[in-house]
Design a protein around this ligand. Structure first.
Ligand code: G3I
Length: 449
């Protein structure tokens, strides 16, 4: 049962009022119990910004691996980190994060290829055509290095001015010419044809803000001229009141331009549960809002640590806001209800293969997004008439196909199994994992159990 339905049922039954408070704080039977699994029920991810230096902190890593399905490097992919000397690239710390995330079945958001801040010293003093060439080379090298491993790149970060102008922010990059942003996107697409390419900024959540309107006009212009932009990241660094009341309207209006929208750096001063829940609802009410990332894990990891703005306290304990988010994710439109239902047959498309659903176990179906020389496969695992607590899908890959990366899954040969956060699938419900491969053809499901 969805939480909203549970609340409605309780409201209609006066006799249960005395126990209502207890029931309302409990997860409905069968509802997912981690952020990643709850988000996955409606096809979304839940991510965190991660610092390479903290990957040796066992508390930090255990929360990361248990709760999250997407990772953004907090600093390690920025220009000063990846190209400290011109033409000399250093991927050591970023690779540590990528390897951990992909190894644990999580996906990656890349952050960021072009920004007026965190430029290496050699770039800060550059202008004009030399800087334009250096930017193009930087994007080509970094996006190329990670090609096939990144779900979405923040190609350009924070290029619009604060205040009422609605125009671009002055910077050395902007002074190379107003077309620098579209050049950055075209360069990124050439270097990594698969990653979604995002524009990312802060204070663009309020629909009436001039900055929001400026970014909206740029995305509208890019879409009309075929500049390759796939998504807009709303950083969502909020004060204690949470998001502006128009946030969902903003997300809806941007999505209507034909881009995905994502909450990319969420944190909220004092982290009230209601503010986090309202933020989560604004996303899950918009079909093209594909995921939410918090900017850190524990309060002590935050760039705003004095404001305790995250979902876990300094000891790694879940805060009240954690439950606010979890409940909102579990109540998302499109999230399957959690009461036992008759198992549904997965929808098939011409590029889909389906295994027979053995009673009480699971079925699996594959849908493909293919291009010349490669494909991304999304595999949906649907529970039969009983809950699954773990699952393994056996896949036969097309001859010559080679897997380059995968997410929400661990693989051993032709056997693909759940990771920590998506093993439980309630009867009749589904979860999804994916992988990218070179080659052509459609993977065939040989079994699910
Ligand atoms: O690692 C060095 C350390 O060796 C040195 O002793 C110390 C002295 O200042 O600096 C350390 O580096 C700092 C780094 O964070 C790691 O802690 C940098 O000075 C500091 O500038 C950097 O701040 C980061 C900031 O971006 C600027 O790049 C924050 O961690 C990071 O959370 C923040 O993230 C940004 C997003 O990228 C874009 N949106 C806003 C968001 C928050 O500001």
């Amino acid at each position: 049962m969805k939480l909203s339905a549970l609340r409605a049922a309780l409201a209609a039954t006066a006799s249960v009022a005395a126990v209502g408070a207890t029931l309302l704080t409990a997860s409905p039977a069968g509802a997912a119990t981690t952020l990643g699994a709850s988000a996955a029920q409606s096809g979304r991810y839940f991510g965190a910004a991660v610092a390479a230096a903290k990957l040796s902190d066992s508390t930090y890593v255990s929360i990361l691996d248990r709760e999250f399905s997407m990772v953004t490097p907090e600093n390690e992919m920025k220009m000063d980190a990846t190209e400290p000397s011109q033409g000399q690239f250093n991927y050591t710390n970023a690779d540590r994060i990528v390897n951990h995330a992909l190894g644990a079945g999580m996906r990656m958001r890349g952050h960021t290829l072009a920004w007026y801040q965190q430029q290496p010293g050699w770039m800060q003093s550059m202008e004009g055509s030399a800087l334009r060439q250096a930017l193009i080379n930087h994007i080509t090298q970094v996006a190329g290095h990670y090609s096939g491993k990144i779900y979405a790149w923040d190609v350009v970060n924070e290029a619009f001015a604060d205040g009422g102008s609605g125009g671009r922010r002055d910077s050395n990059l902007q002074r190379t010419g107003n077309d620098w942003i579209e050049v950055a996107f075209r360069t990124a697409r050439a270097a990594d044809p698969v990653a979604k390419l995002c524009y990312n900024d802060y204070n663009i959540e309020d629909w009436s803000a001039a900055k929001t309107q400026g970014v909206y006009r740029m995305v509208q212009d890019f879409k009309s001229r075929g500049v390759p932009i796939d998504c807009v990241g709303f950083q969502s660094h909020f004060g204690s009141g949470g998001p502006p009341s128009s946030f969902q309207t903003t997300l809806t209006n941007f999505a209507a331009l034909g881009v995905d929208v994502q909450l990319t750096e969420l944190d909220i001063a004092q982290a009230s549960s209601s503010a986090y829940a309202a933020t989560t609802r604004a996303c899950v009410n918009v079909p093209r809002c594909t995921g939410i990332t918090t900017w850190g894990i524990r309060d002590t990891d935050s760039w705003r640590s004095g404001e305790n703005p995250l979902l876990f306290d300094g000891n790694g304990n879940k805060k009240a806001a954690y439950n606010g988010v979890l409940d909102a994710l579990n109540a998302a439109p499109g999230t399957p209800t959690t009461t036992p239902t008759t198992p549904t047959t997965p929808t098939t498309t011409p590029t889909t293969t389906t295994s027979a659903p053995p009673p009480g176990t699971c079925s699996a179906s594959v849908s493909l997004n293919a291009w010349n020389g490669g494909f991304v496969a999304t595999v949906r695992v649907t529970a039969g008439s009983a809950d699954l607590n773990a699952w393994t899908v056996t896949l036969t890959l097309p001859s010559g196909a080679a897997v380059t990366n995968s997410w929400n899954v661990q693989r051993s040969g032709d056997r693909w199994s759940n990771v920590s956060y998506n093993g439980h699938v309630a009867a009749g419900q589904y979860t999804e994992f994916g992988f990218q491969a070179t080659g052509s053809g459609t993977p065939a499901v040989a079994g699910c159990g």
